[in-house]
Design a protein around this ligand. Structure first.
Ligand code: SF4
Length: 482
């Protein structure tokens, strides 16, 4: 069952100096389950050795009291994974935990390293043996190869050899190191719980454990936490901030604070802008749950049209369910969404979603709303058309599969079978972000902040103009080098 969405990437969590380090990490991962449901892991440290519990599935499926009690020590790091690199296998699950000449080391990464193939090839030529297909493992190898005596310097030396997006936690016996790439693609925040330091991808993890939000880890910052306290370093060349705008559009939880703003507030502002730019005569505004809910609230409020939860989402669909032997029409969508006929019948409906990727799910949802008796369906999307793939830690289909990369809005309207279709403009989106230049918007305009490889395993950079990017797709990833 394809969700037909850009997929959330990963969540990280770390704690130093707390008697319930593993339990807090479990809760921190639980709060961030939306960022990855394929595998989850916790590694703890008691100051001498590491303890690890890692498995495939969701946090509540993997951990129990027994397992948590085996994770001894006052420090722990954890990771939820949705694969952006490497297939779903236990060997790709994180945190990576190894023993090397300096003792135990564990690492958890949210993001994607765009020069991973080249660095890995070089390391393999020099004799390194990899146990996973995951790009994050190269950082472990680079740390292990460094001759620097201090872990902090080994980490800095390793990270200065990689390019791309990373929010990362690294743990030795007695030290926690937190690093965020110079562009700050993915979110990463710091909190306190009594004397303990806490780090998480999203602040919703702090709320669950009553930790106090202190600040974001800055782009390019390396934070070292040990028994002497916290020290901050900025060892890398400064780069423009390029936070992933899709975190606001879809990925992050509405109750989180990221990139200096509340997700709910920004997401609602997208909906309000959408209503201002693209008004329509209608009887009700219905979100595609859950992704379109907050933007639909903004749209309804601005347009003065009643908001209705006209589609109900089943939140309890597991990764495996038994499909009927006899084919049921649109089963994949129906298992997750069901319309409320009384709210829809005879109505002119504004259907709001955050984005359209392939368009196949949107088309089925439109059909479902029509079958429930809608007189008209007007689709409104709270982001611009997604025309390019992501290389910075978000799982996206190849560009050729993105419907907006190939087809016009008018064509997509026909494909979806709606009376009207409109996307939030780029200007509208940037206006809702106070015209800040601090955002990556590459999946909308193809202007990649860091040059990306053209295809898997191929490191030559294709120097093309924006006009070239709009040329017919040849099946390869097209990139614009800025
Ligand atoms: S390309 Fe899109 S999804 Fe990827 S980091 Fe940039 S804004 Fe986010």
């Amino acid at each position: 069952m394809s969700l037909d969405k850009f997929k959330e990437e990963c969540a990280i969590f770390a704690v130093h100096n707390h008697t319930e380090a593993a339990n807090l990490t479990y809760l921190g991962l639980y709060a961030q389950q939306h960022r990855g449901q394929e595998s989850s892991g916790i590694v703890s440290s008691d100051g001498v050795r590491h303890y690890a519990e890692i498995g495939l599935g969701r946090v509540s499926e993997i951990f129990n009291e027994d397992k948590i009690s085996r994770l001894k020590g006052l420090s722990a790091i954890g990771h939820n994974r949705y694969s952006t690199q490497g297939e779903t296998q236990i060997r790709n699950a994180q945190p990576f935990a190894i023993e090397y000449s300096h003792g135990p080391l564990a690492l958890a990464h949210n993001g994607n390293l765009i020069n991973a193939s080249a660095v890995r090839e070089k390391l393999e030529r020099e004799g390194s043996i990899f146990r996973s297909t995951n790009d994050s493992e190269i950082v472990i190898h680079l740390i292990a190869k460094s001759r620097e005596p201090r872990l902090k310097d080994r980490v800095i030396e390793a990270l200065s050899q990689v390019e791309g997006a990373y929010s990362m936690t690294i743990m030795s016996q007695d030290e926690l190191i937190i690093a965020r790439d110079p562009n700050g693609f993915r979110p990463l925040s710091m909190g306190r719980l009594g004397v303990a330091y806490i780090f998480a991808s999203e602040t919703c993890a702090f709320d669950l454990i009553d930790a106090k939000f202190v600040r974001e880890v800055e782009p390019g910052e390396v934070v070292v936490v040990n028994d002497e306290g916290l020290t901050s370093y900025f060892p890398f060349e400064k780069a423009p901030k390029k936070h992933c705008v899709f975190e606001f559009i879809y990925f992050a939880r509405p109750d989180s604070l990221i990139f200096g703003s509340g997700v709910h507030h920004v997401r609602k502002a997208f909906g309000k802008r959408l209503a201002k730019e693209l008004p329509v005569e209608a009887d009700c505004v219905i979100p595609v749950p859950d992704s379109g809910v907050v933007a639909a609230q903004g749209y309804a409020e601005e347009a003065g049209i009643p908001f209705e939860t006209g589609i109900i989402r089943n939140h309890y669909v597991g990764r495996t369910f038994i499909e009927p032997l006899q084919s049921i029409r649109h089963f994949g969508v129906k298992i997750k969404h069901n319309p409320i006929r009384e709210l829809i019948e005879g109505k002119r409906v504004v259907l709001v979603d955050d984005s359209i990727v392939r368009g196949t799910t949107s088309r089925k949802l439109v059909k479902m709303v029509r079958d429930a008796g809608a007189k008209e369906v007007h689709m409104r999307i709270s982001s611009p058309p997604t025309t390019h793939s992501c290389f910075y830690g978000i799982d996206t289909p190849a560009r050729a599969e993105l419907i907006a990369a190939t087809y016009s809005v008018e064509d997509i309207k026909g494909f979806l079978g709606v009376e009207s279709l409109a996307y939030l403009s780029m200007e509208g989106m940037m206006g809702a972000l106070n015209e800040s230049p601090d955002f990556c918007v590459a999946c909308f305009d193809g202007c990649y902040p860091i040059p990306v490889p053209v295809a898997e395993g191929q490191m030559e950079l294709l120097e093309k103009s924006l006009a070239d990017a709009n040329a017919p797709d040849d099946g390869k990833q097209t990139v614009i080098i800025k």
